[in-house]
Write a protein that binds this ligand. Structure first.
Ligand code: SF4
Length: 76
């Protein structure tokens, strides 16, 4: 990956609490009491791991942005 991840967004309407994101990057994602993923620390894993976590989401609820605010993942 060339661009640096600077913002992580979880779409709570899409999230189904399947939690592979938490398994892949527990330092970044945790489930809250509604069983939706939240970002606990955007710097809790390296960019490759965060991308892997986003890719592991079955409903693509994790959206990643670079420093310019461009969406990196899912690809648009
Ligand atoms: S992998 Fe996707 S659906 Fe599952 S908890 Fe994470 S954000 Fe939610």
């Amino acid at each position: 990956m060339t661009s640096k991840i600077s913002k992580i967004h979880v779409d709570r309407d899409l999230c189904i609490g399947a939690a592979p994101c938490v398994t892949v990057a527990p330092g970044v994602f945790q489930l809250d009491d509604e069983n939706k993923a939240i970002v606990v620390d955007a710097t809790g894993a390296d960019d490759d791991t965060i991308l892997l976590a986003a890719q592991s989401c079955p409903v693509q609820a994790i959206v990643l942005f670079d420093e310019q605010g461009n969406q990196i993942y899912p690809e648009v």
